[in-house]
Design a protein around this ligand. Sequence first.
Ligand SMILES: *Cc1c(COP(=O)(O)O)cnc(C)c1O
Length: 472
Amino acid sequence: MEYVSTRGLAPRLRFRDVLMTGLARDGGLYVPADWPELSGAATAGFAGRPYGDVAFDVIAPFVDGEIPDDALRDMIRAAYATFANPAVAPLRELAPDRYLLELFHGPTLAFKDVAMQLLARMMDHVLAARGTRMTVVGATSGDTGAAAIEAFRDRVNVDVFILFPENRVSDFQRRQMTTTGADNVHPIAVKGTFDDCQAIVKAIFGNAEFRDAYAVSGVNSINFARIVGQIVYYFTAAAALGAPDRAVSFTVPTGNFGDIYAGYAAKRMGLPIAELVIATNVNDILARTLATGRYDLRDVTPTTSPSMDIQISSNFERILFEAYDRDAAAIRGLMQGLAETGAFDIAPHALAAIRADFAAGRADETSVASAIAGTYAATGFLPDPHTGVALAVAGDFAEPGVPMVTLSTAHAGKFPAAVTAATGGIAPILPAGFAEILTRTEAFATLAADRRAVEAYIAERSRVSAAESLTR
Ligand SMILES: *Cc1c(COP(=O)(O)O)cnc(C)c1O
């Protein structure tokens, strides 16, 4: 199995190099050259099987022998042993034909753990096989950084540096990053905004000399290996609800488009999905794009669902690539337009293709709050605000006789203020063991919003030596 870049100018790679490279050298995103398919019989056989078994069957065609089967099985087992619920991604029935897919039972209580726990083990495995180390550098507004730190802590061959905006992540999120006590984990509070953090990380990636000297790599959802880890739960959920004999719909709280793109991948692999619904908060660029055919950037409005407060939805490029029948030159044109003018128009045939696979809806803060309160009143389940966005949208797309599965991407306990306000005083309760995060000792650096200050900090602490990198 080979992977191609959406911009067509980077070399074709196999799984291990896609895993270690992340963004393609031409600025594009890697996608499989051909989609592997799973038979209806295989999908039917997933019902009732342990999550790890299904994960192996879904993931193995993408890895295609680049990691030995036994090692892959061990990594999957270890990754999902960190989840508090043995089902990993359990389904909860909310009402007839309405379900919630609970993706928040991992060590940081958000769905990012599902892919990150596996990604970290895969990367560490490849580094060990190559006898090298790597420096992971990332920016976070909360969930991604915590998931990355938790997944990479104590991995022998990786040092991880996560930049977050000082005083702009929740106490709980900061403490998830700063209380691990692990030697290879380096949280950095930046005196600035999330955009400053992201700009610094981009500048570091753009500094080829530094990037090569310290073997800098990233772990955001442009890495196809992260997508692979998220395809699995679409299969387990649909199989539990009667696929392949019955089609199932999904509503996905969407920011960077990674999670719902994994649903599209499941569909391309043969899973009968009736509707894939993109749910956005008031930062609704994707809902506007589906309605009008024009992708145009606007300012980000802060909401109670911060992981969806996004304007550049990176993985959408992968869907554009498919909608344009894999015409990489067309994608280069769109992305150049975006860089130059902050907008592009999607050609009618491509827009029709996107609309054939996706629907989209938007929820403002009032409807998110009433979805949280209403779900709690009707079912006793307390959703977090990201899940609330999706629940508010899902109702508009439910069809009689077709199960609608809403993805629940975080535990309400991560967002106590918003959830308590929405319900008029019902405070979410953190699962056992998590409250102690609030009393553990914190360790982190505070740096100016300055690329050179951050580079100097990394250079001093990364275990990748410049000498070693020359022999790679
Ligand atoms: C990251 C995140 C999302 C958005 O997922 P994308 O893959 O970026 O679309 C939704 N909810 C939560 C809680 C998240 O952390």
